[in-house]
Ligand binder design. Sequence first.
Ligand code: URA
Length: 176
Amino acid sequence: MRPEPDCALCGLCAGRTKIVLPDGNPGSGIIFVGEAPGESEDREGRPFVGRSGKVLSAMMEKAGFSRADVLITNTVKCRPPSNRDPFPEEMAACRPFLESELEGARLVVGLGKSACRDLMGYEGPMGAVVNTMCSIEIRGRRIRFLPAYHPAATIYNRELRSELERTMEIVAGELR
Ligand code: URA
């Protein structure tokens, strides 16, 4: 299930250039969920192709896999104005698409606060949950869920970067 090209289920349609659909290998069963498309993603129609995407890809490569080995998506498929966090009602409008992407997943990695809010209902500090495996229920099925730092949060913070590297090692272990 995918949004129609003229999707207007929430107000984000007003500012978008392209709807950003999942990218990578849906058969891997491993899905990274980011927050929302930014400027580069909105222009290209592909998730994580801007600055955060470069960080994400580099960390995957360091752990021995690539973005083509997993599926990458976002809580919402259209860029919020000025890159603000997506509102709960926008995530709710996009949720059926996310749920259909998560069908058959064996591991979901939630990149940052918005993904953890949307999928775990978590509102606390990321440091308390990062890299602690838990589970979420999607359409009546439990799926393992790994909360992780958003790549953008790790750019100027070494400690967070090593936590995201740890996330990638966990995922690499799953892919082996
Ligand atoms: N690009 C995306 O696709 N998602 C994010 O969360 C950030 C940048």
